[in-house]
Ligand binder design. Structure first.
Ligand SMILES: [Zn+2]
Length: 428
């Protein structure tokens, strides 16, 4: 059979060249960055702002700073730690920073909206990004969840219900609401099969040479490599290609003032019940040493730093976390010791992470990760679907989890913008 023959060829290919000198697997569209795109940010940020943003938010471990040389009113970014190959030179702002035309409104831009009290979101474009594709892809995405052999629930469904409940509330407050997706179809028109070559290279370089894999019996190794290859092709599709397609949509067409990525969290071994529920909000930052290696990654980090979405993102996340924590009655996560999570303020609900979506989407992006799907009460509430009024769960009368979530987010978003966009700001 044709299939079998191609598998055998593949296996030979995977095993015969385990220590190839090719560079490690790169992202799908990891092209040579267009450094000229950063020119619009020349002289828009002072050196003090740039350094403090790097040290506090983007590269708190110092990973990126190794590639920099400061020189008077500029900084040069190098490809190598020996600082031989310069990639770009950024000039700092003097006393009055140059004004840059952004696609989103920063904290400084908001007061000019002078909104009436009942329309605090007037003039704002808010994007809702319900996480995952779902439907026929939920199993592939590993976002089909069940606890103790109970019925399966798809996270994509839950996220979409929340987005649809949230949208009209934001619209009533004056916002233009934009969805990155509103169904179970991928935004990308790619398919997993397209990534066979890329995934083959990954498996050949990263999986086949592993001592545990090389020690396996021939049949077991063949099966494992084929399974790993399939998973990698799928990952390139549902994570890399899908998020890149959503990023193109956000950046080129939606151009929002704020993007909310809507998710439900889960913790630990998700087959095991979580004892409680917590709230986590993720903003952008916290680059690890491995995430600033290539010119493309350096470019993407600099773009996010220089577009200056951080102050708006952090302030919005703080307001939303306050409303959600109070309305959803959720404590923060236990202090995270993970190097991929950086603390950027004294707000225990907010962590900075370098995720593909919040790196590629322009403008402020907030990842909402409330509840644990593998908490038994949450699981029961998710399975119950959306409903009016209250229902009983383990002796507690509770509202629809989707309304609780959407209402909390809406209140936070509205309070954040009300503080900054009103004609006569209250309490200032
Ligand atoms: Zn999710």
């Amino acid at each position: 059979m044709k299939f079998e023959r191609s598998h055998r060829w593949l296996l030979a290919f995977l095993l015969l060249t385990p220590n190839s000198q090719l560079p490690s697997a790169v992202a799908l569209t990891d092209d040579t960055p267009q450094w000229g795109l950063l020119d619009q940010f020349q002289r828009t940020m002072t050196q003090a702002e740039f350094q403090s943003r790097l040290d506090r938010v983007f590269s708190p471990g110092g990973a990126f700073q190794k590639f920099l040389v400061y020189d008077g009113d500029s900084v040069s970014i190098f490809d190598d730690e020996q600082r031989q190959q310069r990639l770009y030179r950024l000039q700092f702002a003097a006393d009055t920073p140059r004004v840059v035309k952004r696609t989103f409104k920063t904290l400084e831009d908001l007061p000019a909206l002078k909104n009436p009290p009942d329309q605090p979101l007037r003039g704002l474009r808010l994007a809702l990004d319900p996480g995952h594709i779902g439907g026929e892809f939920a199993r592939m995405e590993e976002r089909l969840f069940k606890l103790n052999g109970g019925p399966a629930e798809q996270e994509a469904v839950q996220n979409l219900i929340v987005a649809r409940l949230l949208a009209p509330q934001l619209q009533r407050a004056g916002a233009t609401v934009l969805f990155t997706k509103n169904d179970f179809k991928p935004v990308t028109d790619a398919s997993p099969e397209q990534f066979r070559e890329l995934a083959t290279k990954y498996v050949r370089e990263n999986v086949a040479p592993r001592p545990d894999v090389r020690a396996m019996s021939e049949l077991a190794r063949e099966a494992l490599l084929l399974d790993t290859l399939r998973k990698r092709m799928e990952l390139e599709f549902y994570r890399n290609a899908e998020i890149r397609a959503r990023a193109a949509l956000v950046n080129d067409r939606l151009r929002p003032d704020l993007t909310l990525c809507i998710h439900f969290n889960a913790i630990g071994d998700t087959d095991r019940p979580a004892p409680d529920n917590r709230l986590l909000l993720i903003i952008h930052g916290g680059y690890s040493p491995g995430s600033v290696e290539t010119p493309q990654w350096k470019f993407e980090m600099l773009w996010k730093l220089l577009e200056n979405s951080h102050p708006t993102e952090l302030a919005a996340a703080a307001a939303i976390s306050r409303a959600m924590a109070a309305d959803l009655k959720l404590p923060p996560e236990r202090s995270k010791q993970d190097p991929n999570y950086a603390t950027v303020s004294d707000n225990p609900y907010i962590y900075a992470r370098n995720l593909i979506a919040n790196r590629l989407y322009h403008g402020p992006v907030i990842y909402l990760e409330p509840y644990y799907q593998n908490n038994p009460t949450t699981y029961a509430r998710l399975l119950a679907g959306d409903y009016d009024g209250e229902r009983e769960f383990g002796g507690q009368r509770l509202r629809s989890i989707f309304r609780e979530y959407a209402d909390g987010v809406a209140r936070g978003v509205i309070e954040f913008y009300r503080q900054h966009t009103m004609a006569t700001p209250a309490g200032r």
